[in-house]
Design a protein around this ligand. Structure first.
Ligand code: GLU
Length: 471
């Protein structure tokens, strides 16, 4: 058997973190087993689906490097297929048409509520031997419903959660197909519901392992019953717990940035994002940092967490910082230049940009922070008054003036600058911990920097002289 997995996002918004994590697990599982990974766009919610969301999803998948072997397939291009399968299900007695109007359904539910019963479709259009069905009303377009088994229990051994059992009595006759929108030309196929289209697709696409969020656990019994009605082989299901925010509530679009591309734009590296997402619900011993190749070689579907993981921005920043340390300055220079461009700034010439990335990358958590360091080299900085008062004292000012003098024609590199600093310290009976902080504040408007001689050497000489002239 060839392992075939898929990710099936709905293009009603950006690719959010939970879906990205599911995509990562599905992709890794397929790659681990030498199988295939498929991208399917579930765009049947026509009112909410947009091309922009499709583009963003594809963009995010590519950025993460989750390459797919087939697709993207679009459900709205497969309506004819769902229609055909629905007709087969009706012919075989596994599905039926229901002409209930929305008003009738409301009345049905109200009655059930009044009687203290669970609200559900009461099966009034479900054919049964000897049963007389209502008269088909004029002007009502029917839906197609699954004739869900009335008894028995649906069981599966979830790859994440273990054995799950749900009684058929708990679930009603799901709508499979809704009528086409009003005014559609004669013969337009109806629109499938999620639970129906997902099964036809996973069957047609020969999906062997379905990973998804556990908000779909309650849908799975219907889907399993549909597979059985179709005589289709059952895939294995794995339902991942939700990701929680630090307030213990589910991460959602409404509660802060949860799109993958927002993290790219905030200066995270794709390999850090993947590494962090992977660990959020899966483990390999105590390993915190691993490559994509290691993930693929380790990810066999075991060690998936059963309970929700907490989104931890501080840990993500730490992971990203580790990857920034490992990244080459040349690569970071490109990312930093793009970050500066997004601020409307032109990056310094390549050699100095690369040198700056090499110097600053070890103390950054994101490319945004890296760009902040680089920006200070050519955008005027404003030292804080309290830093000036504390560190640029009368005791050190004469030395700063003398250093400025010396730097006007000293060799402009780390060693040249260090030599002038040393000379000034000797002449003025000062120590480095007095001079260096004052230089940092004046030139960089920061209290901490890498070695100040190396930092100054990255600046154009005139910029340093101009900032020191303010003493
Ligand atoms: N379109 C569904 C979603 O985004 C897919 C669920 C599934 O993978 O079956 O939640």
């Amino acid at each position: 058997m060839t392992v075939r997995t898929r990710i099936a996002p709905s293009p009603t918004g950006f690719l959010h973190l939970g879906t990205a994590r599911t995509a990562l697990y599905s992709w890794s599982y397929a790659r681990h087993h030498g199988g295939q990974f498929i991208l399917r766009i579930e765009d049947t919610d026509v009112a909410r689906s947009t091309q922009d969301a499709v583009d963003q999803i594809i963009d995010a998948m590519k950025w993460l490097g989750l390459d797919w072997d087939e697709g993207p397939y679009f459900q709205m291009q497969r309506l004819q297929r769902y229609h055909e399968v629905a007709e087969q299900l009706i012919a075989a007695g596994h599905a039926y048409r229901c002409w209930c109007t929305p008003d009738e359904l409301d009345a049905m539910r109200e009655g059930q509520r009044a009687r203290g019963e669970k609200t559900r479709y009461d099966g009034r259009w479900r054919p049964a031997p000897g049963k007389v069905l209502p008269t088909v009303p004029a002007g009502v377009q029917p839906v197609i419903r699954l004739a869900n088994p009335l008894t028995g229990t649906v069981r599966w051994n979830d790859l994440v959660k273990g054995p799950i059992a749900i009684d058929n009595e708990e679930i009603d006759d799901l709508i499979l197909v809704r009528p086409p929108p009003e005014g559609s030309p004669e013969g337009t196929p109806g629109v499938p519901t999620y639970n129906y289209a997902v099964v036809v697709d996973d069957w047609d696409m020969r999906i062997t392992h379905v990973f998804r969020g556990d908000e779909h656990i309650n849908n799975t019994p219907w889907q399993i019953n549909l597979y059985r009605a179709l005589g289709a082989p059952l895939p294995q299901f794995g339902h991942h717990p939700v990701i929680l925010g630090d307030d213990g509530l589910k991460l959602s679009k409404r509660r802060g940035a949860v799109s993958v591309t927002a993290y790219r734009d905030s200066g995270y590296l794709p390999e850090a994002m993947l590494n962090y997402l992977a660990r959020l619900g899966w483990s390999h011993g105590d390993d915190e940092l691993f490559t994509r190749e290691q993930m693929v070689s380790w990810f066999d579907g075991s060690h998936l967490a059963k309970s929700p993981a907490m989104w931890d921005p501080a840990k993500l920043a730490w992971v990203n910082a580790q990857y920034l340390k490992q990244a080459t300055p040349e690569r970071l220079a490109g990312l930093a230049a793009a970050q500066l461009a997004s601020r409307g700034m032109v990056a310094p010439e390549p050699a100095s940009l690369v040198a700056a990335c090499a110097l600053y990358k070890d103390r950054c958590s994101t490319v945004v922070e890296l760009a902040d360091w680089i920006e200070m080299m050519f955008v005027d900085v404003r030292p804080r008054a309290e830093d000036l008062a504390e560190l640029v004292t009368d005791a050190v000012k004469p030395a700063l003036r003398a250093l400025r003098e010396r730097l006007t024609d000293a060799p402009w590199d780390k060693a040249g600058i260090a030599a002038q600093m040393k000379a000034v310290l000797g002449e003025h009976q000062l120590k480095m911990p007095q001079l260096a902080p004052a230089l940092r504040v004046l030139v960089c408007a920061r209290r901490d920097t890498p070695s100040i001689d190396a930092v100054l050497a990255l600046f154009p000489r005139d910029t340093v002289l101009a900032r020191l002239a303010k003493v």
